[in-house]
Design a protein around this ligand. Structure first.
Ligand SMILES: [Fe+2]
Length: 196
């Protein structure tokens, strides 16, 4: 639990890291390649959603992408400080509070911060489902190519498959975002492979 309700400073609204600085932070903090890939995949989904579904400007798309790219940045080296460390880092760099807040609310049942904005809600919605979809891609000879909705729906129902992925949390995330599970699965299937 973060035991906080305010994140960042409003005077920093719109401030972002450059692509170079964001990838530098990712490479410095996250040595686990699988985790890096997960973060890049969630970033890709966030950017695609911001562009295609929200019709946002390129600057706003980058804010969504950045939230996805850094949401688990402290998990590799500081699991006991997960979310705390990256929030403090982004606050110290005067980053836009909306980005920090989205990261803080990506696990409401763990961090005690409810997603409020669409960016918050989509980050929560993509996070676990993206992991389940990637686990499925790894057991398919052709990875993401030719992946079908019915396949991922089947894996979702098999509790033993990617057992660490919490199905109830995914359903909670879909409800909060007001989106259909199947449509998000389809969205991920079609785009997640782009991040590899
Ligand atoms: Fe994540």
């Amino acid at each position: 639990m973060l035991n906080r309700t305010a994140f960042g400073d409003e005077k920093n609204a719109g401030n972002v890291l450059s692509k170079e600085a964001a990838h530098q932070l990712l490479n410095d903090w996250v040595k686990n390649e699988r985790l890096q890939l997960h973060m890049k995949q969630v970033a890709c989904l966030m950017k695609c959603w911001a562009a295609e579904k929200e019709g946002l400007s390129e600057a706003d798309q980058w804010r969504w992408e950045l939230a996805g790219l850094l949401h688990d940045a402290d998990w590799d080296q500081w699991p006991d400080l997960h979310c705390i460390k990256i929030i403090e880092e982004l606050e110290s760099r005067d980053i836009c509070p909306e980005i920090i807040r989205a990261i803080a609310s990506h696990g409401p049942n763990h961090f005690g911060v409810n997603p409020v904005t669409k960016m918050d809600k989509m980050l929560f919605a993509f996070d676990e489902l993206s992991g389940l979809t990637h686990a499925y891609s790894l057991m398919r000879p052709q990875g993401y190519a030719g992946m079908e909705l019915k396949g991922i729906k089947k894996r979702f129902k098999e509790k033993g498959f990617a057992a660490n992925v919490n199905r109830e949390e995914i359903e909670d995330a879909m409800n909060r975002a007001g989106v259909e599970l199947e449509s998000i699965m389809q969205f991920i299937i079609e785009r997640q492979g782009l991040a590899i």
